[in-house]
Ligand binder design. Structure first.
Ligand code: MRU
Length: 361
């Protein structure tokens, strides 16, 4: 199986399950998983079998269609109750990436609009849910490709690029967000040199980004998280591209833990730091980074995972936030499918969201 040819998330041919690549097994094994029940989907998102903000949103959207096939098709009100219960259950799997609640809301709106028409034919509603989930998936592919083209305008042939975590193909359906400009440049023969932070504690950079870029033939170098200052001081990095889990209205950005360290170091060495953000990740209802809920995960991810025996004192306290906030003052630009937002972000993000709303009319 070639990883790059498989969609990260898809609907099975018989519509009975969500198919994902089990990312906890990468890079050792490429295995597909079929998620059938709401618990399967919740567990897959919580345990990071599927991860990355856009991918978990699409997984939940397709999941809601799959689940809706088994609800009460004789009684619309009962159907809606079942739908809403599963929707809030899936939404509880991870708190920081806004794409999860965004995608679920898109699906929920289909149900609410349908209910308001008072048509009691549930089968049509189920078809509409399939259409919406398929649209969201295709839209994700288009959005990433467009971000890639805007991002490409910020890169020169031969540039060194640093990235953190995995905002690659595995975090979306195809192309990724932070990797989309890299893939676009690679297709055009730019000969980039890409440095991937390993991204402790779950190693998304080492296991996923370095894997997918190397498989794609991109010149890729893996570094530990504490090496970014070294490579920047040496002048090897011309730009940093990362993804995001939620961008607040003022541009403060939640992304994988360690992103704000990279941003701080980049500022010191005058390297521009770009956030690649589908507009579905921009949350204008959140004023600033302090208002973003940061997921905290189990201590074992730091103390036990990847080691044959516990590597720290058994009684030591552990703090394991999965994300941090990069202050907007450290960000040179936010690359969206509607163009590149520049400071002041309160104004530029507002303009981009308005443009999106107008494009929909
Ligand atoms: O915990 P993860 O692996 O889901 O965290 C992923 C990230 O932080 C990504 O950078 C972010 O979701 C953007 S993916 C396009």
């Amino acid at each position: 199986m070639n990883l790059m040819e498989i969609d990260t998330v898809s609907l099975s041919a018989d519509d009975s399950s969500v198919v994902i690549i089990d990312q906890t097994l990468l890079p050792g094994k490429i295995e597909l998983l079929n998620l059938v029940s709401s618990k399967d989907i919740w567990d897959a998102i919580y345990h990071l079998k599927v991860r990355g903000a856009p991918a978990i949103g699409i997984c939940a959207a397709i999941g809601m269609y799959v689940l809706s096939r088994s609800y009460d098709h004789e009684n619309l009100n009962h159907f809606v109750e079942q739908f809403m219960a599963d929707m809030s259950y899936l939404d509880s799997a991870r708190p920081t990436a806004v794409n999860l609640s965004w995608a679920l809301k898109q699906m929920g709106d289909v149900v609410i609009n349908y209910q308001q028409t008072n048509v009691d034919n549930v089968d049509n509603l189920v078809n509409k849910l399939k259409e919406k989930a398929t649209y969201l998936k295709n839209q994700d592919i288009h959005v990433c490709k467009t971000i890639g083209e805007y991002g490409l305008t910020l890169i020169k042939p031969g540039d060194g690029i640093l990235t953190h975590c995995n905002a690659g193909k595995l975090a979306t359906i195809k192309y990724g967000t932070a990797t989309a400009p890299i893939y676009a440049a690679h297709e055009r023969g730019y000969n980039l040199k890409v440095f991937c932070d390993e991204t402790r504690p779950l190693l998304q950079g080492a296991r996923l980004t370095a894997f997918e870029l190397t498989e794609s033939g991109v010149d890729t170098t893996l570094i530990c998280d504490n090496m970014s200052a070294m490579v920047m001081k040496k002048g090897w990095i011309d730009a940093v591209f990362v993804g995001c889990d939620r961008v607040a209205a003022n541009g403060d950005t939640a992304n994988k833990i360690g992103t704000s360290v990279v941003a701080t170091v980049a500022k010191q060495y005058n390297v521009p730091m770009y956030i690649c953000a589908p507009t579905s990740t921009i949350d204008m209802d959140t004023a600033c980074g302090d208002d973003i809920v940061i997921e905290e995960r189990k201590a074992e991810e730091i103390t036990d995972m990847w080691y044959t025996s516990k590597m720290s004192h058994k009684d030591v306290k552990v703090y394991n936030p999965a994300f941090d906030i990069t202050d907007h003052s450290l960000i040179a630009g936010i690359i969206t499918e509607y163009g590149i937002a520049r400071p002041p972000y309160n104004e530029s993000l507002n303009k981009i969201i308005k443009e999106k709303e107008n494009a929909r009319k």
